[in-house]
Design a protein around this ligand. Structure first.
Ligand code: NDP
Length: 450
């Protein structure tokens, strides 16, 4: 057997790559990781973590408003964007360091530089040729901006985390996770926000009730949602930017942010030269064990463009390490993967949408409840909460749970355990609620939707 420098060479120190590297090194493999941008990848640097910090920041405005009904007088509030960015940067730097020490402590060698594949067992990094028995590509994705005249004037989420100042007027293009989350962030921080989505309702793929409900709640908070709309051009004007729409109207703003999806970051990595099969959008095609058509080359996480969520990449990294370097197997179970959109209010979801459930199971029963949370009896806010259960009539199993409301992500994590365990509606009904919470509604819904 040829003698390689490493047992595993990981390209990309994001969530998936770091987890695979750490676990593999912990199982005794000789591991190296190359990273040319930032430790921790998208999630830590320009994704989940700074985004959630921004969501917290943007929430305070409502909290100040809500406080009055509870007897508080809040001083006129003042927000300092530069301070938020600076404090966020300090925290991200701390996390970068943690990721680095996790790798070092596990015994993995870090190469700070861009790695490219030369052949199925060789990479170059910083001019050095290194060989490995296996190479794992975990380079993630990058924001995609469609070809629109003036696209160079727009930013993406990558830049949104480092803006010099908070824009007064923002136009956000797109209707996925990032667009909806940033619409809430900018709105909460005080910007005037317009969100433009090309289809009839944003968040395609989520349950229709949840999509419509969150749209209604976001409009109530002052966000201008324009559906069935698209941008035809972006131009500079004396005060900022003009966004021309395809219906002939236009919007003046300071910042245009595109959140129209992300693409796998596979260009110029040497993958084609090695003969690795790529999908038309550049995603690396892998089998159920994350192996490409080239035996020694593997890929996990967003670069495979399947379920592009950090916890999925983490699970895949762990599974691959076990697969390669231990006698045990730990297959990732992709059924009932929960997710949250940190929109305001949040969406929490696990399992099938109503449309998918009707298609898969035939007869289903729907339980739905909309209500005002206890807090808002005094706060004066007119925010509503939606909860929805979808039950397969044949098995009585709860196969879909959707929530729009404060902390929906926190609530749905626990519900996801119940769904994975195969909980039936009867089990939900036998479960005692916690009073007074919003979540207790999930165990007290008795009347199906007619
Ligand atoms: P999404 O794939 O979620 O959404 C992309 C949006 O852009 C869709 O509304 C899509 O419309 C629209 N779009 C795509 N192409 C065009 C175009 N040419 N013109 C106009 N609109 C277009 O991508 P995001 O960028 O929001 O997020 C990327 C991924 O990151 C997500 O898929 C998610 O997996 C992950 N993520 C997860 C988060 C979380 O867990 N909370 C938070 C943020 C990101 P249409 O639906 O019509 O195709």
């Amino acid at each position: 057997m040829p003698d390689f420098d490493y047992d595993l060479f990981v390209i990309g120190a994001g969530s998936g790559g770091v987890r695979a590297a750490r676990m593999s090194a912990g199982l005794g493999a000789r591991v190296a990781v190359a990273e040319d941008r930032y430790m921790g990848g998208t999630c830590v640097n320009v994704g989940c973590i700074p985004k959630k910090l921004f969501v917290y920041a943007s929430h305070f405005r409502e909290e100040f408003e809500d406080a009055a009904g509870f007897g508080w007088t809040v001083q006129p509030e003042k927000f300092d964007w530069k301070k938020l960015i600076a404090n966020k940067d300090v925290e991200i730097k701390r996390l970068n360091g943690i990721y680095e020490s996790l790798l070092n402590n596990a015994g993995a060698r870090i190469y700070n530089g861009r790695a490219e594949l030369v052949d199925p067992h060789t990479v170059t990094v910083n001019g050095e040729k290194l060989t490995a028995q296996r190479i794992l590509v975990a380079v993630g994705g990058w924001p995609y901006v469609p070809d629109v005249p003036g696209k160079e004037l727009a930013i993406t989420s990558n830049e949104a985390f480092f803006l010099e100042q908070l824009p007064q007027r923002v136009v956000i293009v797109g209707g996925g996770y990032i667009a909806v989350e940033f619409a809430g962030i900018f709105n909460g921080l005080g910007s005037e926000v317009t969100e433009i989505y090309r289809g009839p309702v944003f968040l395609r793929g989520f349950d229709d009730d949840a999509r419509n409900f969150v749209a209604q709640e976001m409009r109530k908070k002052g966000i201008d949602l324009r559906f069935n709309a698209d941008v035809s051009a972006i131009t500079k004007n004396t005060n900022g930017l003009t966004v021309a729409l395809n219906d002939g109207s236009s919007i003046e703003c300071d910042t245009v942010m595109y959140a129209t999806g992300r693409r796998p970051l596979t260009a110029n990595l040497g993958l084609e030269a090695c003969g690795v099969d790529l999908a038309p959008n550049g995603a690396i095609m892998v089998n159920e064990r994350y192996q490409t058509n080239i035996d020694s080359i593997y890929a996990i996480g967003d670069v495979t463009d399947r379920i592009n969520l950090t916890p999925v990449a983490l699970a895949e990294g762990m599974s691959l390490a076990w697969d390669l370097f231990s006698p045990d197997e730990k297959q990732v179970d992709y059924e009932y993967v929960p997710a949250a959109v940190f929109s305001q209010p949040n969406i929490g979801t696990v399992g099938y949408t109503e449309t998918q459930a009707r298609e898969k199971f035939g007869a289903v029963t729907i339980y739905r409840s909309t209500f005002t949370a206890l807090k808002h009896t005094l706060s004066g806010s007119d925010e509503k909460t939606l909860m929805k259960l979808i039950v397969d009539d044949t098995s009585d199993r709860v196969v879909g749970v959707h929530m729009v409301g404060p902390d929906a992500g926190e609530t749905i994590q626990g519900i996801a355990i119940a769904l994975k365990a195969g909980a039936t509606k009867a089990v939900f009904d036998r479960t005692i609620g916690i009073h007074p919470t919003a979540a207790e509604e999930f165990v007290t819904m008795r009347e199906p939707v007619a």
